[in-house]
Design a protein around this ligand. Structure first.
Ligand code: SAM
Length: 288
């Protein structure tokens, strides 16, 4: 989705931090993990706390314990919290310079393989993976590529499969596409349907959308490229290290890792295993 979902009651601030709140929050996260398997126990604390309180107020409740009670008995409430916690903001050709670097520095390497496998982890509603499919189609690589697009959240994946994005975003996305090095008429990739833009179904022919939790699920490996942008910023250090291990183990030698502008492999346990392909665009190549 183009914009984050702001639940009702967002204007209310969380109360001052207290010992009891810490207990309630950790019980809530433990409960979510045990009942639903989603592990938010190591998400960055400040933003997690803010989002949980937002959901407490949006549900018309007064305490985190009350939210825990509702969540454990009502999966729909869990779904709502999931949307709050997993900030789904995304865009087509987001950070266009990333795609320019991808065309210049990753595409030539991909041409050397008869077939390539790409994992887009934390793909949200799909704008990023459709952008990648367009780029690969233009580079005549799409037919020999399989893309695995995953996210923790099934409801965003459903939207990704549908491939309908807000029509009023198309002007911005067209600009992004051009700045990303696109040379075709962007409007040829979609047809307008009411207030949505339905993207060509051929763009998802080689994409498998699947639910995958970076915190608790194992890798499926042997990828030539892994793109995981603007996901790890929400994780604490321990969790980032775990995900870095997962990616390192899932990449082939000389495979490429693409992160978000605010993310890096620096100071991760696998820093030595990569060389910088484009430090500004956070593109790294596994070398060891
Ligand atoms: C801000 S969006 C980034 C979307 C896209 N990668 C981009 O850069 O535009 C973050 C996505 O990460 C997903 N996410 C959060 N925690 C996750 C986890 N543990 N495993 C898999 N995906 C997760 C969220 O559901 C959300 O769709």
């Amino acid at each position: 989705m183009g914009a984050s979902r702001e639940p009702a009651g967002t204007s209310k601030r969380p109360p001052p931090r207290g010992d009891l709140e810490e207990i309630e929050l950790s019980l809530l996260l433990e409960g979510i993990f045990r009942k639903y398997g989603f592990d938010f126990r190591q998400y960055a604390a400040a933003s997690l706390r803010r989002r949980v309180w937002r959901r407490v107020y949006a549900e018309g409740l007064a305490t985190i314990s009350a939210l825990q009670d509702r969540l454990l008995h009502d999966p729909a409430c869990m779904e709502r919290l999931l949307l709050d916690l997993s900030i789904n903001v995304t865009a087509m050709f987001r950070d266009p310079t990333f795609y320019v670097a991808f065309r210049e520095k990753v595409v030539p390497a991909l041409r050397t393989y008869p077939f390539t496998r790409i994992w887009v982890a934390g793909c949200s509603t799909g704008e990023e993976v459709y952008s990648l499919a367009i780029l690969l189609q233009e580079e005549e690589l799409y037919d020999r590529t399989r893309i695995y697009a995953t996210d923790i959240n099934e409801s965003v994946l459903e939207r990704a499969r549908a491939g309908v994005f807000p029509l009023d975003k198309m002007q911005e996305y067209t600009q992004n596409y051009i700045r990303a090095g696109g040379t075709q008429a962007f409007s040829e990739y979609y047809v307008a349907k009411y207030d949505g833009a339905q993207f060509q179904r051929s763009l998802i022919e080689n994409i498998v959308f699947a639910q995958h939790n970076l915190v608790s699920d194992r890798s499926f490996n042997e990828f030539n490229v892994i793109i995981c942008r603007n996901v790890m910023i929400y994780f604490d250090r321990t969790l980032q290290d775990r995900v870095h291990r997962l990616f390192y183990e899932s990449l082939i030698t000389f495979g490429v890792l693409g992160l978000g502008h605010k993310e890096s492999i620096r100071f991760s346990p696998h820093e030595e295993g990569y060389e910088e392909l484009d430090p500004n665009e956070k593109l790294y190549r596994r070398v060891a």
